[in-house]
Design a binder for this molecule. Structure first.
Ligand SMILES: [Zn+2]
Ligand SMILES: [Zn+2]
Length: 174
């Protein structure tokens, strides 16, 4: 059985962490635990008003135990230099990944806050990034969780499950 640790950057709502814990343990047949929060890295870019993603992965790699996969969760908006924003990023060689809740919140787009929608989107992005840690690449099936989300619409179209082809590959790693 695999071990997955969730690491909040600063504070993440308990309800979201609990939802991820329960569902990730079922989906990956894994032991999922929650580590104490760590600080948000000082990678804020004033011009972009976003945080550079890589220092988040670096902070996670420093605390990772060799036998586990680590998923960081942050409320701040993340970017990599080549893209306008990212929902998440994985470093499969290091066993670590991070997701951002910022653009998963309806309120980011001026809409009414909706916790159910937020939780489901967060789960999809979490499964997607962990899928990379389990060795999966992007999948052409738009309903598969490993489909690349260019926009939030892509995230809303896909489910949080793996298509049969991705599922069969992941079973070899688990
Ligand atoms: Zn991906
Ligand atoms: Zn797939």
């Amino acid at each position: 059985m695999s071990n997955i640790s969730l690491v909040p950057f600063n504070k993440i709502e308990k309800e979201i962490i609990e939802y991820l814990k329960q569902n990730l343990s079922k989906i990956f047949d894994a032991e999922v635990d929650e580590r104490p929060p760590i600080g948000v890295p000082k990678s804020y870019d004033k011009r972009r008003r976003q945080y550079l993603s890589w220092p988040f992965l670096e902070a996670l790699s420093e605390m990772r135990l060799s036998s586990e996969y680590v998923l960081g969760i942050t409320e701040v908006d993340l970017f990599v230099p080549q893209l306008n924003f990212i929902f998440g990023e994985a470093a499969p060689m290091l066993g670590i990944a991070v997701i951002s809740l910022a653009r998963l919140r309806p309120s980011f787009y001026g809409l009414k806050e909706d916790r159910e929608t937020l939780k489901q989107r967060a789960l999809k992005e979490a499964v997607h990034e962990l899928g990379h840690l389990f060795g999966l690449k992007h999948c052409p099936d738009p309903k598969c969780v490993m489909h690349f989300s260019n926009t939030l619409m892509d995230t809303d179209i896909k489910g949080y499950n793996f298509c049969p082809s991705c599922r069969s590959k992941i079973n070899r790693y688990c």
